[in-house]
Design a protein around this ligand. Structure first.
Ligand code: BGC
Length: 402
């Protein structure tokens, strides 16, 4: 049976500047890579110069939208200074997207900060709010008439967890107190950025949100946990829903932007952090990163988000696999979950595959392969993966056989 998605459904994929552009020498991640001897992003996918060809490929794949991000450190390489060259660059990027009929979904912060900002204390100082707002205002003025969907921050809780609790990402802290301060400043920045963008854009169809990573937390069934069951519900609340609820209360979400990938099993433990069961006794298949693939989880999350009564855009969903048929299977099952949720009255307005390109996967370097397009890192040629043609048919039909 062919299931039709609602008219005007947004079909596309997502990218983020640092992960694809290359040459981002003013960003704190480039400093961090050197300090920690990690695989450097270097030229990444050379998207900074190849973006017109990449957008043409996205359009050939049936996309009608693309989620992308601006690199704050390019636009503001020094405190108080805006680079005219980079402003021209991103203006061209948005123009090239729109010329191909691709609606831009614009992220302003996707895990990276300018080096100067980090040196001034980054998100730990209250001045971070003013610094960030100056950049938001600039972006708003530049793109107010061309962008309808704004995502101010990508996955702040993931960013804080990796950068301030696990110490895996810059600024590399392992400190709850600092994590709390940074989250407070980011939340305040978001609320003010929302108001500023609304004022600058001055249009009803300018929709603003925060991309929220939501994971299914499940107690590991292998242990008979009984009353010692790990507090999954608490993790669920803290990591998945508390920020959304706070921003809803503040009246600062126009739609929900959902990033969903996998399920996590928790071992016996009352700790909230890092107690995932890594043993090999779970039913679900794992992808190349060891993540449990659980399409039903997307349906469960959408049903829960329904209660917030806002339109929902899936702004990231994807996987890294060793075989093409596993990508297709993942895509099919997750879209089937979306179709089921739509049938239950959940208002899903778009689906973005993560990612358009194989790309730089942060501390994991280049080995994960999330792209619709395979990137050859020797000559930067792109190749369409077979499962992308399956996705293309779905986008073009605005429907899927389920
Ligand atoms: C992040 C991306 C990342 C992807 C796969 C998402 O949570 O937003 O930057 O590449 O996960 O790990």
């Amino acid at each position: 049976m062919l299931f039709k998605f609602p008219p005007g459904f947004l079909w596309g994929s997502s990218i983020s500047s640092y992960q694809v552009e290359g040459g981002n020498i003013y960003s704190d991640w480039s400093f961090w890579e050197k300090e920690n001897k990690l695989t450097p992003a270097n030229e990444a996918c050379r998207h900074y110069s190849l973006y017109p060809a990449d957008f043409s490929l996205a359009s050939d794949l049936g996309h009608n939208s693309l989620r992308l991000s601006l690199e704050w450190a390019r636009i503001c390489p020094e405190e108080g200074a805006f680079s005219q060259k980079e402003i021209r660059h991103y203006s061209d990027v948005i123009k090239e997207l729109r010329n191909r009929g691709l609606a831009p979904i614009l992220t302003l912060h996707h895990f990276t900060n300018p080096i100067w900002f980090s040196k001034k204390g980054g998100w730990l100082t209250s001045k971070s709010i003013d610094y960030f707002l100056a950049y938001v205002r600039k972006a708003g003025e530049l793109f107010k008439s061309q962008v309808n969907y704004w995502i101010v921050f990508n996955e702040p809780v993931v960013y804080i967890y990796n950068g301030f609790i696990k110490g895996l990402w810059p600024p590399g802290y392992k400190c709850f107190k600092k994590a709390e301060t940074a989250l407070k400043n980011i939340t305040k920045s978001y609320i003010l950025a929302y108001k500023e963008l609304k004022r600058i854009c001055g249009r009803d169809d300018c929709k603003i949100s925060i991309a929220k990573h939501i994971r299914i937390f499940s107690p590991c069934p292998h242990y008979n946990l009984g009353q010692n069951s790990p507090p999954c519900y608490l993790r669920n609340k803290i990591f998945n829903y508390s920020l959304i609820e706070m921003l809803l209360k503040a009246g600062t979400l126009d739609f929900l932007s959902l990033n969903y990938y996998c399920k996590e099993y928790d071992k016996f433990n009352f700790s909230l952090f890092g107690k995932e069961c890594k043993e090999n006794h779970h039913r679900e298949r794992k992808n190349t990163l060891g993540w449990y693939i659980y399409p039903q989880g997307l349906y469960e999350i959408l049903m829960r988000l329904k209660s917030y009564q806002l339109p929902i855009m899936i702004t990231e969903n994807g996987t890294s696999e060793s075989e093409d048929k596993l990508y297709e299977d993942f895509l099919f099952k997750h879209l089937k979950a979306v179709a089921l949720a739509l049938k239950q009255g959940v208002k899903v307005t778009g689906y973005m595959w993560w990612s358009l390109l194989d790309n730089f996967e942060w501390d994991k370097g280049f080995s994960p392969r999330f792209g619709l397009l395979k990137v050859n890192y020797n000559d930067f040629k792109r190749e369409i993966k077979p499962f992308s043609l399956f996705y293309k048919r779905i986008c073009q039909n605005n429907g899927i056989d389920i």
